[in-house]
Design a protein around this ligand. Structure first.
Ligand SMILES: [Zn+2]
Length: 326
């Protein structure tokens, strides 16, 4: 007697082998048989004409707030996604929350009619809140460098002093101990873009000590500042200097000037792997990309000081002109 019998589906088992017609049986949420199955089951599902496969892992999401607003996660579940890694590109909006990060999270939450009560400060409180909301899929969250920097330095474009650096290290260490499963940067975005490589290395070494991964939205994916290949080298350098596993997020060649460079990226990644650096990358399964309005259009100097300061710059004709030029 099975608990669940899924019949007549086209099974794609994730091993790389071709799809085949089979029934799948489970007892106590564990698959116990695959093949032409007879026998009774508490629940029988006819999957004729449908695919039966393991749940998809979505390694790159920004659903940090989504599960608090809609824990049923219909848009993901209905695509077959059963595991998400959030907290990418330097942004772990839900935690840790203090200073500028708390302010902008409250602002973000206030855009929704849900009256979400933000009554936590650390990663433990955040994950507990998600858990008790009853999330339908498995979720892992990374602690974001941009969020941590915003906790301590707000939107200042400068290096941290020793105390600020120590506070950022504490926040990262504490977040991982409370359940964060990685450390991410978004060096393309403010305030991540205000950090130099030395800062990233010092912070990533804390994550390395805890044995979690480092994912990075690189400083440049095209020709907007350092250039694509310098940015790839920077990502790899973090792995070389700290020993951390590096995941280059959404690898791409953004803009006609770098089209055709994919081979160069792969060569550099492969050479680094041979050198012993554990570097990998992921890609969108589509050819478009998306980003926020400030990330896509605003020069980073115009974001210094945060939202109010940026709005004041927009209101100033002269400064707005310079923003448009840049
Ligand atoms: Zn990104």
């Amino acid at each position: 007697m099975y608990d669940l019998l899924i019949q007549n589906g086209s099974v794609v088992d994730g091993t790389g082998s071709k799809a085949y017609l089979a029934d799948v049986a489970a007892v106590d949420e564990e698959i116990v048989a695959i093949g032409k199955l007879e026998g009774d089951a508490t629940r029988i599902v006819d999957a004729k004409g449908m695919v039966v496969s393991p749940g998809f892992i979505d390694l790159h999401t920004h659903s940090d707030l989504s599960f608090l607003l809609d824990p049923t996660a219909q848009s993901k579940i209905r695509q077959g996604v059963t595991f998400e890694l959030a907290g990418n590109c330097g942004g772990s909006y839900g935690a840790p929350l203090e200073g500028g990060a708390l302010e902008s999270f409250k602002k973000r939450v206030s855009e929704y009619p849900d009256n979400l009560d933000v009554n936590w400060k650390d990663f433990g409180g955040y994950l507990d809140t998600i858990q008790s909301a009853g999330t339908t899929l498995n979720l892992a969250v990374q602690v974001g460098h941009g969020t941590v920097r915003s906790c301590v330095l707000g939107m200042d474009s400068r290096a941290p002093d020793r105390d600020e650096m120590n506070r950022m290290k504490e926040l990262i260490s504490e977040s991982i101990e409370l359940g964060a499963m990685g450390f991410s940067t978004g060096l393309f975005y403010a305030p991540g873009s205000y950090a130099r490589l030395e800062e990233v290395i010092e912070l990533a070494s804390i994550a390395a000590d805890h044995g979690v991964i480092y994912s990075t939205h690189m400083r440049d994916e095209g020709t907007q500042n350092t250039g694509l290949m310098v940015a790839v080298s920077e990502a790899i350098e973090v792995g070389r200097r700290t020993g951390i596993k590096v995941e280059i997020s959404h690898v791409k060649c953004k803009g006609p000037a770098v089209w055709g460079m994919a081979g160069n990226i792969l060569d550099l990644v492969e050479r680094s792997r041979r050198e012993g650096i554990d570097v990998a990358g992921d890609q969108y399964p589509y050819t478009a990309s998306s980003t926020g309005l400030t990330g896509g259009l605003f020069p980073r100097w115009s974001l210094v000081g945060g939202r109010e300061a940026t709005l004041a710059r927009i209101a100033d004709n002269g400064v707005r002109g310079r923003m448009l030029e840049d």
